[in-house]
Design a protein around this ligand. Structure first.
Ligand SMILES: NC(=O)c1ccc[n+]([C@@H]2O[C@H](COP(=O)([O-])OP(=O)(O)OC[C@H]3O[C@@H](n4cnc5c(N)ncnc54)[C@H](OP(=O)(O)O)[C@@H]3O)[C@@H](O)[C@H]2O)c1
Length: 494
């Protein structure tokens, strides 16, 4: 049984190791722990680069997200709190020792109570080797380290709801077993994938020419393509979700009897309530719609307005994470999976987002450099990928082919123009290929486990309300209109 007061108390005196704190979600977690429980023992932030302390000061603590905490403690008190509680560690989860000195690792192993792995490479079209290093081997290294932590109470791993691929229907909060694949008749062997990458890189290096730049470009392209190819071979649409699924597998395999909690959020959107409504970092796929609409440089979008877009505000994800930590601490052998999603309990649709955008821009018209109001135009939606392909062929591919012919007849007079346009066309088609399937996901995420956790929170105390993670309390149109869209414009379109 958890409630707000118990969650707050849980963090008292704890030493917590967090990865991914310079990212969007990580910052929200660090701020919340410090705000609700200033008597936390230490928060260790594993950050890449030798300038870890500076990165934490500038990219985490120094951001506007910490404004409320600053206000609460006053500048001096805030600095003192940060100095006492926050420790920056220069490290990298791709290494077995997390990139830390042995002595530091040993010291940490003696004191860490909770490990929260938020770090990931979230690029859908990341190099396969990089994705495997961070999203799979990173999990393995943290898991191995966690086993050495004498007083560890919990390892929390942030995954994604989209490890389910493009399955339809109700998707349950079930762990992914080793070898499990989304394509029938295939067995996903993580070690074999690691060997495959090693071999592919060796071959690329053998065949590399003398120019370093060319070789690294060729390797980068080949590694990106290999990621997508392997993902699709096993039934996932991109390298990111595929490697996140493998990360979960590895965790399941190595966890032993450690209490492990896997949090699977859907699309994480701006902070809804505290500490700073609308705050966000990094452009999500749905935000390109808002940005394109704001700048009026996007006349069409891929998506079906009637479809559900599973979104969840960042502060709700963090509240759920903190509740789950308190709930499962020291539960030997437990492996709990939580969908932090909204599609089942309170679905939002693309049309709610679009209408909120229209409302916002009609009420807050943009003014161009010439001082004139920029009229808000309607956006055209391609409701299937096939329709978009057809449009691209007619509007761009055919004229390109004609240009190609003319160019041949005129002995390469338009070669530059043709090559340039062809490259752009290919790039757009690549984006459609990588991000397109994401716009048409029909899965509905069961969040019964989270519901069980919610049921123990009565929400009748201030403490409980501080940890709200019930998407049913969100009025999506109002949230998009009043919080998220202004947030996107403020923090992403600076
Ligand atoms: N954002 C979403 O909509 C969403 C949805 C579902 C699930 N998730 C999951 O939520 C988590 C956080 O997402 P986010 O949006 O906050 O991501 P983000 O903003 O891209 O942040 C990623 C973080 O991981 C760190 N990182 C990457 N590689 C690392 C390495 N080798 N060693 C140590 N740290 C490393 C990054 O550090 P640097 O600053 O050094 O790059 C950064 O702090 C991820 O696990 C993601 O899969 C996100």
């Amino acid at each position: 049984m958890v409630d707000g007061a118990r969650i707050i108390e849980y963090f008292r005196g704890k030493s917590i190791l967090i990865t991914g704190s310079t990212g969007f979600l990580g910052k929200i977690l660090v701020e919340k722990i410090l705000r609700v429980q200033p008597d936390v023992n230490k928060i260790y932030l594993l950050v890449r680069g030798i300038d870890a302390k500076q990165r934490v000061d500038e990219e985490v603590i120094g951001t506007e997200l910490f404004g409320l905490l600053r206000e609460k403690h006053g500048e001096e008190g805030f600095q003192q709190l940060v100095e006492e509680k926050v420790v920056a560690l220069a490290g990298d989860i791709i290494y077995q020792n997390l990139g830390l000195e042995t002595s530091m690792l040993e010291d940490l192993a003696k004191c860490i109570d909770v490990i929260v792995n938020i770090a990931a490479t979230t690029n859908f079209y990341e190099r396969y080797d990089v994705s495997l290093d961070v999203n799979v081997m990173g999990v393995k290294h943290l898991c191995e380290f966690a086993k050495q932590c004498a007083r560890l109470k919990m390892l929390m791993h942030v995954s994604t709801a989209y490890v389910s691929g493009d399955r339809e229907g109700l998707i349950l909060e079930k762990p992914i077993n080793l070898g499990e694949s989304l394509r029938q008749g295939t067995y996903l062997d993580v070690d074999a994938e690691l060997s495959l990458v090693k071999e592919a890189k060796k071959e690329l290096q053998l065949n590399a020419g003398n120019e370093d730049d060319d070789a690294s470009r060729t390797e980068r392209k080949a590694m990106k393509e290999l990621g997508i190819k392997r993902a699709r071979h096993f039934g996932w649409s991109n390298t990111y979700v595929f490697t996140k699924a493998m990360g979960e597998m590895i965790l399941g395999q190595l966890r032993g009897d450690m209490p492990v909690v896997i949090i699977r959020p859907s699309i994480i959107t701006s902070v809804q309530a505290d500490p700073l409504p609308g705050w966000m970092q990094g452009t999500r796929t749905i935000d390109t719609l808002i940005i394109g609409y704001a700048k009026q440089n996007l006349s069409c979008f891929l998506g079906d307005l009637s479809m559900v877009v599973d979104v969840i505000p960042g502060d709700m994800v963090v509240n759920a994470m903190m509740a789950a930590m308190a709930a499962h601490s020291e539960e030997k052998g437990v492996q709990a999976v939580y969908h932090c999603t909204s599609s089942l309990s309170n679905p939002a649709t693309y049309s709610m987002l679009y209408e909120a955008g229209r409302r916002h821009f009609y009420e807050n018209p943009r003014v161009g450099e010439n001082g004139k109001v920029i009229p808000t135009k309607e956006m055209y939606f391609f409701t299937t990928i096939t329709r978009l392909h057809l449009y691209m062929i007619l509007a761009y591919k055919l004229p390109l082919e004609i240009l190609h012919l003319v160019n041949l007849l005129l002995c390469g007079l338009f070669s530059r123009l043709y090559n340039n346009m062809n490259r752009k066309y290919k790039f757009v088609m690549l984006l459609v290929d990588i991000y397109g399937p994401f716009a048409f996901l029909k899965g509905c995420y069961d969040d019964m486990n989270l519901e069980r956790l919610r049921l123990t929170m009565k929400m009748n105390t201030l403490e409980d309300q501080m940890f709200n993670f019930d998407p049913r309390t969100i009025h999506w149109e109002e949230y998009f209109y009043r919080i998220h869209i202004p947030g996107v414009l403020k923090y992403l379109c600076k």
